[in-house]
Design a protein around this ligand. Structure first.
Ligand code: GDP
Ligand code: MG
Length: 163
């Protein structure tokens, strides 16, 4: 079966932007307002002859779950359960938040391949922020800018290496 790669992280970090970038199409809806419910979340993707299914878990937002923490917990559970590789996305401009720390804890307990993706690193020259993300205990962060299309090839290399 094709490997499944999921993207998890708190609202507004850029999950849907990365999803669309890798899918090469605008499938997932990019929202400036955090917490808006989105739906179409699957794409069949390919990198260097490796085929995989990419899932934007930001689309999984049950109506009954109202706090961002609770939503993220459910999304992370689904992401962990389905995935062969989990992309845990954080915001390089905002730094580590309490919600990031909580999700990191869940991901560390799961026996899954997890890649820590630091998004919004639009100017790679100013990379000082990257070091605090080591505190999440997920390993070496991979810096990208989904909107500027920086670091995406290196991230895809990292993904297929885990299959
Ligand atoms: P999601 O809620 O995690 O799916 O985040 P979205 O993909 O909807 O993006 C949330 C906001 O962040 C939108 O305004 C995007 O344009 C913006 N965004 C996404 N990626 C980047 C990036 O690499 N750099 C910057 N500066 N903004 C980004
Ligand atoms: Mg989204």
């Amino acid at each position: 079966a094709k490997p499944i790669v999921t993207i998890v992280g708190r609202p507004n970090v850029g999950k849907s932007t990365l999803f669309n970038r890798i899918a090469g199409k605008r499938i997932s809806i990019v929202e400036d307002t955090p917490g808006v419910t989105r739906d179409r979340i699957y794409a069949e993707c390919e990198w260097l002859d490796n085929h995989f299914t990419l899932i934007d878990t930001g689309g999984i937002e049950p109506d009954t779950i109202d706090t961002i923490f609770a939503q993220m917990r459910v999304q992370a559970e689904v992401a962990i359960e389905m995935a062969d590789v989990v992309l845990f996305m954080v915001d390089g401009k905002e730094g580590v938040t309490a919600a990031d720390t909580e999700v990191a804890q869940m991901l560390r307990k799961a026996k899954k391949e997890v890649i820590l993706v630091v998004n919004k690193m639009d100017k790679f020259v100013n990379n000082d922020n990257i070091y605090e993300f080591y505190n999440l205990g997920i390993g070496d962060p991979v810096s990208i800018s989904s909107s500027e299309a920086l670091g995406i090839g290196d991230l895809l290399d990292e993904i297929i290496f885990r299959f």
